[in-house]
Design a protein around this ligand. Structure first.
Ligand SMILES: Nc1nc2c(ncn2[C@@H]2O[C@H](COP(=O)(O)OP(=O)(O)O)[C@@H](O)[C@H]2O)c(=O)[nH]1
Ligand SMILES: [Mg+2]
Length: 249
């Protein structure tokens, strides 16, 4: 099974543009919020030198192709609808559609580093990109808390290991569940109160690696704080240019 990456972020940040640039698949792109409603799914390829050169034996790849010594490793990319602040209260398209990326191994958050769209994706000026990261973390925690709540009737009163199933459906392992229970000092029996469940959801949210794509770099102005605060976790990009280059190629 190939690695799967979910593309998330607020509306109008450039998620579908990045998705198209990565996969060359068509996706609706437009300068207004909620162009994407149904998820776009396609495959991107990471290029690595094929190990057959090193081993000195011809390869017989089953799930990827080898072209002149370069292995094209498939990565499943899913582009979902945009998230807005208070999505967990039903704002925008809500949070339910995030279930399409439950199985993602990692996420890319596309941030509009130009500061020219607000958190709802409407044209504006001087917007602060770090706020995008903050609100998305909060909404993602609410999403996971929602999954936990929906399963609570099933697992309540059982040992904490009953949560393994709930979180393996999100590709989160036993060790992460155990570590979070220990870190938060939660009871071994699932009689947790609501605030404890929410704190646990927050820990589960931290498990999935998130790379921040500081997009619209061509017109970016507000990346300094983004780079300072999330150092090492931010990659600057101009998805629209990447897409144009790939099409030209
Ligand atoms: N200047 C600039 N605009 C971009 C870039 N990437 C995307 N956009 C524009 O941002 C708008 C929203 O893009 P879209 O991919 O539909 O955003 P989504 O709602 O997050 O999927 C479109 O007008 C894109 O052309 C970029 O790198 N630079
Ligand atoms: Mg989109």
């Amino acid at each position: 099974m190939s690695i799967s990456i979910g593309v998330v972020g607020k509306p109008n940040a450039g998620k579908s543009t990045l998705f198209s640039a990565l996969t060359m698949a068509d996706a609706k792109i437009a300068p207004f919020p909620f162009t994407t409603i149904e998820p776009n799914r396609a495959v991107a390829y990471i290029r690595k030198p094929c190990p057959h050169g090193e081993i000195g034996k011809q390869c017989t790849p089953r799930d990827s192709s080898c072209v002149k010594g370069v292995r094209f490793i498939p990565i499943q990319i899913t582009d979902v609808a945009g998230l807005v602040p208070d999505a967990h209260l039903g704002k925008g398209l809500g949070l339910q559609f995030l279930d399409d990326i439950r199985q993602a191994d990692a996420l890319i958050q596309v941030v509009d580093a130009s500061g020219r769209t607000d958190l709802e994706g409407n044209a504006s000026e001087g917007c602060e990109p770090t706020l995008e990261v903050e609100f998305l973390e909060k909404e993602m925690t609410h999403w996971i808390a929602g999954i936990l709540e929906r399963n609570w009737a099933k697992v309540g009163g059982k040992p904490a290991s009953a949560l393994y199933d709930v979180f393996s459906s999100m590709k989160i392992g036993h060790a992460h569940v155990e570590a979070a229970v220990r870190k938060l000092g939660l009871p071994e029996t699932l009689n947790w109160k609501e605030d404890e469940r929410f704190a646990f959801a927050e820990e589960m949210r931290r498990v999935k690696p998130v790379l921040i794509a500081a997009n619209k770099w061509d017109i970016a102005s507000g990346t300094r704080r983004l780079m300072d605060r999330y150092e090492g976790n931010v990659v600057r990009c101009a998805a629209a240019y990447e897409l144009a280059l790939r099409k030209a190629a």
